[in-house]
Design a binder for this molecule. Structure first.
Ligand code: ZN
Length: 465
C-alpha cells in the first residue's frame, strides 16, 4: 500500500497484553505474540523417533534428518513414491533397492505395517541403518558420532553414481548442520550443530551441482549433469528429427537426489530431462535435450517435449517453493525461446494434460497462474515494510485470507520480500482497506493493508499468485 500516513488505530489491553483493535474484529490479522509451536514431547512422531533411535542405537537426529530429506516426514498414507519407497522414511522395495524387505527381516514386522504405520516405518529404517553400521564395523562408541554414519546413509539411499550418492548423504548432513523444525504429524525439531561427515572414498568426489569438472550440463548453464541410464531414454537428434513443441511439468513423488538416482537405475524405465530441488531451485539434467526422455507416458508427446521434474509430492504444497518456481520458469523460458515453443498453457502443460495420462501431476497445488507469468517474464520480487501501527506483530497465514491458519508472524517494522500478490479477504489495516495479500514465502501470506510497498494496489512486474 502507498499511503504515507497510517490510519490511527485504537488499542486496548487484554490480559495484560497490548492488542490492536481491528476494523474487522471477527477476522483478526494481528496477534500479540507468536507462541505457535508445540513442544516436541507432545508429538507421537517425536516419540516414535526417540523409541526407534534408542532401540537400535541410531542417532535420533540422524533418523529425523534422513526422513525429512526423503519426505518432509510425510508418509502419504502408505502410497508408494515413484521409485517404490514407502512411508516417511521411504523404505524401498524395487529391483535394486530393498530397504523395505531388509526392515521386515530385521524387525519381524509385516511389510504392510512397515509401509503404512508411522512408528513401524521409523523403527524399520533405524534397524536397516544399524545393520549397515554393524557391517561397516562401527563400535558402540563410533555410533555416538553422527559423522560416522555417513556410509550407512549413502547405502540407505542406494545411489550408484558417486556424485549422486554424495548429494543424497550431504543433503541429510546439511539438514543436521542447519537444523530444522518439521510440523507435519506433530512438531519434531532438530537443532543445528557442527557436523563432520566421514565421507570415506566419497570425500574425493564432488557432490552433484557443486561445479566439479565434467558435472555441468552442456545444454543449460545452471544445471548439473547426472546422465540417466542409457536404457531409460531414446537417443535422437532433436529438433531436426522431431520438433520440440511442448514442455511437460511433473512432480517427482520422491526426493531430488532419489529421483536423479532413479533415472540412473536400469529398472526404472523412466527419465526426465531436468529435475529441480525444492529448497533452493537447484537443477540437474539427466537427458540431453536432443534426446527423448521417457516421462509423459505417450510416445508422441515424449518425442515432442522436454520433461521437467519438480521435487515433491502432488498432495503437499509446501514443496513448491518460490525458489523452485522461479528457477524452473527460467529454464522453461529458455527452452521456449530456444525451440520456438509458445509460452502458453497449450504448449507448457502438466503431465495430467498429456492424452492418456495415468498420472495427476503436477496436481492442484501447482500454481499455474504464478508459473506462467514467470515464464512470460513477469519476474519481479517486491519489497515492503510491515507497519502494524503499534507494538503488535502481523499474522502470517497459510493462504490469502483471514480464514487460513496462522503459520507465523512478522514484527512491526520488518521488511518482507513479496514473491507474488493475489486477492483474498478484505482487511482494514494501517494503510486502509485492501483485499490484496502478499506472498512472502511458501504458503505464507500477509495482508497488504499492513505493508508499505510504495504502490496503491498491485506492484508492477510482481506476478499474481
Ligand atoms: Zn509426471
Amino acid at each position: 500500500m502507498r499511503l504515507r500516513f497510517p490510519l490511527r488505530r485504537p488499542t486496548r489491553l487484554v490480559g495484560g497484553l497490548l492488542v490492536l483493535t481491528l476494523g474487522l474484529s471477527a477476522q483478526p490479522a494481528l496477534t500479540a505474540g507468536p507462541a505457535l509451536a508445540a513442544p516436541d514431547v507432545a508429538s507421537p512422531l517425536s516419540a516414535a523417533f526417540a523409541t526407534a533411535a534408542a532401540r537400535y542405537d541410531v542417532p535420533r537426529d540422524l533418523l529425523v534428518a534422513l526422513g525429512y530429506a526423503e519426505t518432509r516426514l510425510d508418509g502419504h498414507g502408505g502410497a508408494p513414491s515413484a521409485s517404490g519407497g514407502y512411508g516417511l522414511m521411504h523404505l524401498t522395495s524395487n529391483p535394486t533397492l530393498h530397504t523395505l524387505d531388509e526392515a521386515a527381516t530385521l524387525t519381524g514386522l509385516d511389510r504392510t505395517v512397515l509401509r503404512t504405520d508411522t512408528a513401524a516405518n521409523v523403527t524399520g529404517a533405524a534397524a536397516v541403518l544399524r545393520s549397515y553400521a554393524d557391517r561397516a564395523g562401527l563400535t558402540a562408541a563410533d555410533r555416538k558420532d553422527v559423522g560416522r554414519w555417513y556410509g550407512s546413509v549413502v547405502r540407505y539411499g542406494g545411489a550408484t553414481d558417486p556424485a549422486v550418492a554424495r548429494l543424497y548423504a550431504d543433503t541429510v548432513y546439511d539438514l543436521l548442520s542447519a537444523g530444522f523444525t518439521a510440523t507435519r504429524g506433530g512438531t519434531v525439531t532438530v537443532t543445528g550443530r557442527r557436523v563432520v561427515p566421514q565421507r570415506g572414498e566419497l570425500a574425493r568426489v564432488a557432490a552433484l551441482g557443486t561445479g566439479g569438472v565434467g558435472t555441468m550440463s552442456t545444454d543449460y548453464g545452471p544445471a548439473a549433469w547426472a546422465p540417466a541410464y542409457s536404457g531409460n531414454y531414446t537417443v535422437a537428434n532433436r529438433p531436426s528429427d522431431y520438433r520440440i513443441n511442448y514442455v511437460v511439468i511433473h512432480v517427482t513423488q520422491g526426493s531430488y537426489a532419489g529421483s536423479i538416482s532413479w533415472f540412473q537405475n536400469p529398472s526404472a524405465k523412466v527419465s526426465a530431462h531436468y529435475t529441480f530441488r525444492s529448497s533452493d531451485g537447484a537443477v540437474t539434467q539427466s537427458v540431453r535435450e536432443k534426446d527423448i526422455a521417457w516421462h509423459a507416458g505417450n510416445w508422441t508427446y515424449n518425442t515432442q517435449s522436454i520433461g521437467i521434474e519438480h521435487e515433491g509430492y502432488v498432495d503437499d504444497a509446501s514443496w513448491f517453493t518460490d525458489a523452485m518456481y522461479r528457477a524452473s520458469a527460467a529454464l522453461t523460458r529458455n527452452l521456449a525461446n530456444k525451440y520456438g515453443i509458445p509460452k502458453d498453457r497449450s504448449h507448457i502443460i502438466g503431465h495430467i494434460e498429456v492424452p492418456g495420462a495415468t498420472h495427476t501431476d503436477p496436481g492442484p497445488n501447482w500454481n499455474w497462474t504464478y508459473y506462467m507469468q514467470l515464464v512470460n517474464g513477469v519476474t519481479g520480487i517486491g519489497s515492503g515494510t510491515v507497519n502494524t501501527g503499534g507494538s503488535g506483530t502481523l499474522n502470517v497465514r497459510s493462504g490469502p485470507g483471514t480464514s487460513y491458519a496462522v503459520v507465523g508472524s512478522v514484527a512491526n517494522g520488518a521488511t518482507v520480500s513479496i514473491y507474488c500478490q493475489t486477492t483474498g479477504t478484505t482487511v482494514t489495516g494501517t494503510y486502509g482497506t485492501s483485499n490484496i495479500w502478499n506472498r512472502i514465502g511458501t504458503n505464507r501470506y500477509v495482508s497488504d493493508a499492513y505493508v508499505l510497498t510504495g504502490y496503491n494496489g498491485f506492484i508492477p512486474n510482481v506476478p499474481r499468485c
